[in-house]
Design a protein around this ligand. Sequence first.
Ligand SMILES: [Zn+2]
Ligand SMILES: [Zn+2]
Length: 423
Amino acid sequence: MDDLPSIDPALAYGYPVGPQHHPLGRVRHLLGVAAGDTAIPATRIMLERSARQRAERLKSAVRARRRVGRGTMRALIIGAGGRVGWHDVPAPPAPGPLAALVHPIAVATCDIDRPMGLGRTPFPLPMHFGHECVAEVVEVGERVTTVHPGDRVVVPFQISCGTCGPCRSGLTSNCVDVPPVSMYGFGLAGGHWGGAYSDLLTVPYADGMLVPLPNGVDPAAAASVADNVVDGYRAVAPHLPDLLTRGPSVEVLILSEIGRRPPFSASVVMYAGLIAKALGAGTVHLVDRRPHVRRHAAALGLHPLTPRELRKLPGVPLVVDSTGTSAGIGTAIKHTAPDGTCVSLSSIARSSKLPTALMYGRNVTHHLGRAHARANIPAVLDLMASGALRPERVTTHLGSLDRADTLVRDHLLGEATKTIAVE
Ligand SMILES: [Zn+2]
Ligand SMILES: [Zn+2]
């Protein structure tokens, strides 16, 4: 398809054009990875359960790279200093009995991609980039029964087997058959499973992971369902039904960027807002200090607030905290009404101070953790197939997969909310 560097939404909402952010150089990036606030807890989680399982995974990733005689494929690799480029790498081997090879046809940026690609997170560069995609199945192993070559599927960003205890309970981000925090597109830190900006991707458990795209759902609209849309879903969907039994209208407050932090984009908060509305919430406030994000939120039917305006807002029964900061968690809890729920989607601080006396006095429930992406994907696709949810309204930049190097570089340095590359 033709390349459109900036489609209507970005123009209409006054998104800044051109570079707004700077990548860290190699030395500062590596120093940050080694000495950063989260390096120790991140390493501890990676080696939890079984260091041997992690070592085996890395050995098999290296073995797969070295196997010769099966050709090469394109993969988008990001190095420190903002170097983004297509590289020729060994193509993955034929799939094992439970696996599939898929060909990504629509790839979305994740909100963490900008800080990660700029070298401002604990995830070491270089890495094979991309972890949200819709793909076409190319080849399946002999024991795969639910998907077939030619099927269009959502590929969850987390690796899970579908059969272990946690997977069967819907706790797919803690699958015990793979090392902890196994993910596409996070390089070494995610376990070297490859990235979605590539000609081919290996899905180790095809029946456990892949979810067929419903008829009539556009791959570009569903590209981010692999991660960010389900992240928005799990922030509100489990909590709204109970709150709605207490009264006809439930207000929701979503905290996006309210202070200084690495330059995340704001798609999860917009998806959470759209899903809250689709599931019956009343007014959905979205707080972000960036004017273009507030204008975009208003166009989606959300109520935009500046961080200053937030101070006057009374307590709200459901608060979604996407700040990732210690101060942000505190602010979110302070704005949670009695018997309300506060959901923190991430934490980029090693530890945080919680207003526990206030939480006790108000009976506030606080959730903090990672999404179980695979378990929530079918419900999100159902909402899309029914027309109740249109994630494409959050997309600001769209272009061709062949030019993903330029698209991704523009995304990292600029201020897009959601960049989608399609075949
Ligand atoms: Zn992500
Ligand atoms: Zn599992």
